[in-house]
Ligand binder design. Structure first.
Ligand code: MLT
Length: 259
């Protein structure tokens, strides 16, 4: 992995693999850029695949952030690594919230958008209360308790054991303070639906067939909001469809990007 300083206090760690058109991938909560290992390996045969750690996750320095602010950090990161051409941007779940925020703020920097296992709706009151409980859990019990609570929901019942173990390891190594900061950003995120209607960028919407966190109906809301968007369901996969069914996920992304 590489590291780049965006300012004296903000450093971003990132994977950068392959050459060709840039595919920038933003990870989900509460993991890090290693989520994208199956895509870094396969898609770097045709693309320069770049996957940063969000602030406080993986090797990136902690910072207070919001979903819209994270999009600005990503734009600053692209500037810092001298990528000026429009990129293909993909995000999974929380990464999708940030990708939609990037598309709202920097549409000229995009040539394609991939929104995987994510949703456009903001948190309702019940969801906000659940975030408060989870912030308390992170602060009082740490990231192992968060992994115990989240892992069953993030993967399908038929998940391979090694995928579940890799995701658990990723969650457990994130600092509890970073998990709590991200939960606040998730809780306070804006409604992405109005912005989606203004998008003019080719968009692929992906969803694991067995995703219970952001199920098919939520993917359909996104696909129906973006003119010309393509919706692909990944058979059998849960919320982290890119790790559970990497071949089907990568095939859908490759076909979309080469179209
Ligand atoms: C994620 O996978 O990034 C989270 O489930 C998103 C969320 O909780 O809203």
């Amino acid at each position: 992995m590489k590291t780049i300083a965006l300012s004296s206090s903000q450093t971003i760690a990132y994977h950068d693999q392959g050459s060709g058109p840039v595919l920038l991938l933003i990870h989900a909560f509460p993991v890090d850029s290693h989520l994208w290992l199956p895509q870094l390996e396969a898609l770097s045969r045709s693309h320069r695949v770049i996957a940063p750690d969000l602030p406080g996750f993986g090797g990136s320095a902690a910072a207070a952030w919001t979903i819209d602010g994270a999009a600005q950090i990503i734009a600053g990161f692209l500037d810092a690594i001298a990528i000026t051409e429009p990129v293909a941007l993909g995000g999974l779940s929380m990464g999708g919230y940030i990708a939609m925020a990037f598309a709202r703020q920097f549409p000229q920097r995009l040539r394609a958008l991939i929104l995987a296992d994510t949703r456009a709706e903001p948190d309702d009151d019940t969801a906000k209360q659940a975030r408060a409980k989870m912030i308390a859990m992170a602060q009082e019990q740490g990231s192992v308790a968060i992994a115990d609570a989240m892992l069953p929901k993030m993967l399908s019942d038929s998940r391979p054991h090694q995928v579940a173990e890799a995701v658990r390891t990723m969650i457990e190594r994130q600092p509890a303070s970073s998990i709590a900061a991200a939960l606040a950003a998730l809780r306070d995120r804006p409604d992405a639906r109005p912005g989606l209607k203004k998008l003019e960028v080719p968009t692929l919407v992906l969803v694991g067939e067995a995703d219970t966190i952001t199920p098919l109906a939520m993917a359909q809301v996104i696909a129906e909001s973006v003119t010309g968007a393509k919706l692909v369901t990944i058979p059998g996969a849960g919320h982290l469809a890119n790790c559970e069914a990497p071949q089907a996920f990568n095939a859908a992304v490759s076909e979309f990007l080469s179209a």
